[in-house]
Design a binder for this molecule. Sequence first.
Ligand SMILES: [Zn+2]
Length: 175
Amino acid sequence: MPAWSVCPGCALQLPASGQPPDRRQNASPECWAVYGEVLGFELGHLVPLGKYHQLMVDTYGAQHAGNDARSIRVTYSLVGLFLTLERGRDGLEVRRAHQRMGKPDPSWPSFDRPRDVGTVTVLDVAEAGVRAGSVVGHADAVGRWARSVWQAWSAQHRAAGALAGRLLGDAGLMR
Ligand SMILES: [Zn+2]
């Protein structure tokens, strides 16, 4: 029986590799390795999958939020999920929005991590995508994962949208 590791971010359980946890990512090394596997598949299929890259980054970031509720990572991740899932913006537009947001300041809200960050994880994306050799499976699973994580953060939807509106302007949010 292998020892199991539990990811501090997404609670994913995987056979332990013996590596130390990645504190900056708030992820188990095993979860982080699966994320790397998924990113590698995306890199190998950039034309169909590159457009989901920013959504993956923001979904992983929101699901692996640590104890710092004012970190730039959790804030950018939630605004990215808001812009993508609620406003239909694409990855390039989200990256531009992040650049315009700048660095956190004390007027930004704190985003306390929910107890439940959703049951879909990066492992579901790996199994539907890279491990099945399926570009369509990868794309579908990223969407399911992102919606699941965003739903888990529903108590903060209003705050994330309000921050996006304040920093980016309503015009920046509407098509
Ligand atoms: Zn994880």
